[in-house]
Design a protein around this ligand. Structure first.
Ligand code: SF4
Length: 483
């Protein structure tokens, strides 16, 4: 599945804020003094795209606001991966109706995958919406806003085979100033039968690696200490220079980015079992600053279901990839995506998913009930014939098993010293700081004078829950007594 690493529930719908500094961006007449409010839903790619949109809008002169009541333009960057994701957007749109009453002339726009899926139909279905813009059409925003100002409605949902926004410097919105997303490619050429992404984000295209490296170098200078390279399927990253004398695959890109600085941690998402190579795993094992964590969606543990999902690998192939990870990068954390109750999934097939979980014991998993999406291969070819209550029961069994496995994996970290990249105060108490270890596990430890976000500290983990490691800071090289 593309970038299904959903952004934390707590960030869904987060308003992104950044004030335009005087004289900097935005000399365009269209927008002088006008305010933009962006709300993002769905995956990291959407949040990363909102930073591209903010950059384009600020070039026009917009400032951004975190308060939608004072906005002149309201954008919702939408997700279409499941029915409830779309319903959430429709409910939010109704709430924004009040903005138009309170501040006539307020413009409302929908961006992202739902905009691409519905296209102009969105304007018919949601009268409040003024503009519909697909993921490849953000460069056209100045023109579209201009047309709205003339009083019309506007749509641009053209998908592109070239667009990577490589030359658009994202405006970092929200976030912690320590970790940033860097998009390395767009679109997806896989046609998993349950997925809308190939229809809403188009064909795969890989971004120029030199522009990616420049972005990472810029982030390092600005104090960031971690980047997550984003792509629906990063393993199929493939770039060729215009004159054809230079090419790079994902293993090459990973090494090229890791060599920017040992201070910059490198993560990536999302991998695809059919394309993930040993070469990528070997590059990971050679660089201490490439984090030992892989998100490898399995979706199902049963080969017949995987075939109907058109995942292009079977159970044995997937197990082979897991064994390669364990062999080349011992201790690497692995997370996954699982869909329960896909078309004609039998009880036996469900048991195969549970036994796959027992075999891998994932550190973490995103787990969903199958939600039929209009226009997908599955919607056209297969019956959504697993009863809802059976889907729910199977999902519960998968979630219960994952909670045991998450705790099991977290307990492996207790009694060990981890290098933690400090992200900021812990959510539960500002007496504590938090950050992630190499395996992407959240670590909480007591706040200390002089320790700031972006610092690397050594933490001895003393206890854990199935979601958090709890410890205390120790000196680098601290010996853990075996007694
Ligand atoms: S088609 Fe498959 S690989 Fe591509 S984004 Fe969807 S689930 Fe992921």
């Amino acid at each position: 599945m593309g970038i299904r690493k959903e952004i934390d529930e707590s960030r869904q719908g987060e308003a992104l804020l950044m004030e335009a500094k005087e004289g900097e961006k935005g000399k365009g007449p269209v927008a002088a003094g006008r305010k933009l409010y962006i709300e993002s839903y769905g995956c990291q790619m959407n949040f990363s795209d909102s930073e591209i949109v903010a950059s384009i809008m600020m070039d026009m002169g917009f400032a951004t606001t975190g308060d939608h009541r004072e906005a002149d333009v309201i954008f919702i960057n939408t997700c279409s991966i499941r029915e409830n994701a779309e319903q959430r957007v429709r409910n939010r749109l109704k709430e924004f109706g009040a903005n138009k009453l309170r501040k006539p002339g307020t413009l409302i726009g929908v961006l992202g995958c739902m905009a691409e899926r519905l296209k102009a139909k969105f304007l018919e279905e949601e009268q409040l919406v003024d503009v519909v813009v697909g993921p490849d059409a953000y460069r056209d925003l100045p023109n579209l806003i201009g047309r709205l100002d003339e009083g019309g409605k506007a749509v641009n949902v053209l998908l592109s085979r070239e667009e990577t926004y490589a030359d658009v410097a994202p405006v970092r919105l929200g976030g912690n100033g320590v970790s940033a997303f860097v998009s390395i490619m767009r679109g997806c050429d896989n046609m998993c039968s349950f997925c809308v992404v190939p229809f809403t984000r188009g064909r795969e295209r890989s971004r120029d690696p030199h522009s990616i490296r420049r972005e990472v170098e810029g982030l390092l200078e600005s104090g960031y200490r971690e980047v997550t390279l984003l792509g629906q399927n990063v393993d199929s990253y493939k770039w060729k220079s215009d004159c054809g004398n230079e090419t790079m695959n994902f293993a090459g890109l990973l090494e090229y980015v890791a060599n920017v600085s040992p201070l910059m941690r490198v993560r990536f998402s999302t991998s695809h079992p059919k394309d993930m190579t040993d070469e990528v795993l070997e590059v990971m094992s050679r660089h201490a600053n490439i984090c030992k964590y892989i998100h490898l969606p399995v979706q199902s543990g049963n080969s017949q279901v995987l075939e109907r999902m058109n995942r292009t690998y079977d159970r044995d192939w997937y197990i082979g990839r897991i064994e390669a990870i364990r062999r080349i990068i011992p201790g690497c954390a692995i997370s996954t995506d699982i869909i329960c109750g896909f078309c004609s999934e039998t009880e036996e097939a469900h048991q195969d998913t549970l036994s796959m979980m027992d075999y891998v014991k994932y550190d973490f998993a995103y787990m969903f009930k199958y939600s039929e999406r209009p226009g997908t291969l599955a919607a056209r070819k297969y019956q959504d014939d697993v009863p809802e209550e059976v889907k729910s029961r199977r999902l519960k069994e998968v979630i219960d098993k994952q909670q045991l496995h998450s705790l099991y994996r977290m307990e492996q970290h207790v009694g060990k010293v981890h290098q933690v990249l400090v992200e900021g105060p812990s959510r539960k108490s500002d007496q504590d700081l938090c950050g992630r270890n190499d395996q992407n596990a959240m670590v909480v430890f007591p706040r200390e004078e002089g320790i700031r976000p972006g610092d690397y500290v050594s933490v001895l983990v003393e206890r854990c829950t199935n979601a958090t490691l709890i410890g205390r800071r120790v000196q680098p090289g601290h010996e853990v007594s075996s007694s």
